[in-house]
Design a protein around this ligand. Sequence first.
Ligand code: SAM
Ligand code: SF4
Ligand code: SF4
Length: 334
Amino acid sequence: MPLIDTLNRPLRDLRISVTDRCNFRCVYCMPKEIFGPDYQFLHRDRILTFEEITRLAKIFVSHGVGKIRLTGGEPLVRKDVTGLVSMLASIPDLDLTMTTNGSLLPKFARPLKEAGLKRVTVSLDSLDNEIFKSMNDVDFPVEKVLEGMEAAAEAGLGPIKVNMVVKRGLNEASILPMARFFREKGYILRFIEYMDVGHTNGWRMDDVVPSAEIVKMIDAEMPLESADPNYPGEVAGRWRYKDGSGEVGTISSVTQAFCRTCNRTRISAEGQLYTCLFAVKGHDFRALLRGGGSDEEISNEIARVWGMRDDRYSEIRSENTIALPKVEMSHIGG
Ligand code: SAM
Ligand code: SF4
Ligand code: SF4
């Protein structure tokens, strides 16, 4: 039986952040001014070991979680992450995926597939090098990310999904070229509304490009029709090209909150459990793991935390909530 929260939502989906580090400094996630050379990332001893992650994952699966996504920070900068993938892949009936910036996929795609990873989602915000570099802020070129996607597709980590965060005034001009390009490729491009995660990215409502505007823009050139969700609680709205040439997705966390069906929870690299992407406070599972807690105690704690969950941040977002000291995206995972 899945666990049910106070709003009748089952626990189905777990995101595990395996590191708070990243080789990019995306302006909407890890702005350089904050995440600079002096920034104190988590010390090695403070992040969960592969054994601890796997132990927790098994307990979550016993509670009805069927999908685990590895994320970060950049999951591929965690040393030997393929080792973790193979440990998690040994858990039966689990859909194991990863979200990555793609930069290290040329090296890791095949080993990840061999270790048992099912699919990857690759983030890319523009096909224009000038725009992309101004967003990743480490001068990383588009071609290298495209190479990573190719490597993933060749290794059998498809169908590839592509995440594009749209920020007003930065990459709106990239929407149509991205749609055209990935339609041709047969990858599913998903447009993500820029969100007020964390408290360092200086988010303003004016910077959000509503999904409806994006759909309208694409529809004018390549007609779209809405499609049903693939499964209950799917985050992305689905839009099919009317000529049958594929689909795009919209993740409208700001303009069309989907809290009502939100069945996701998140573990940070240091083992804090967050029941909402916009949480201010986590629940310390590392202390339980390292303090000799039994599987039963950990299982009961997961049940207790989910049982009292009432999060619906996106539905109640306001000027007051924006200022809350929320956890950073690179910490909690996307
Ligand atoms: N480093 C990996 C990557 O970028 O794919 C995984 C972690 S990243 C935090 C996960 C996803 O969150 C990415 O697709 C990223 O673009 C998205 N993201 C980060 N900050 C965001 C923000 N402020 N609003 C919307 N999406 C954001
Ligand atoms: Fe790194 Fe991903 Fe955040 Fe960009 S979005 S800074 S790639 S963690
Ligand atoms: Fe789920 Fe929180 Fe996002 Fe709502 S705001 S969809 S509860 S993660």
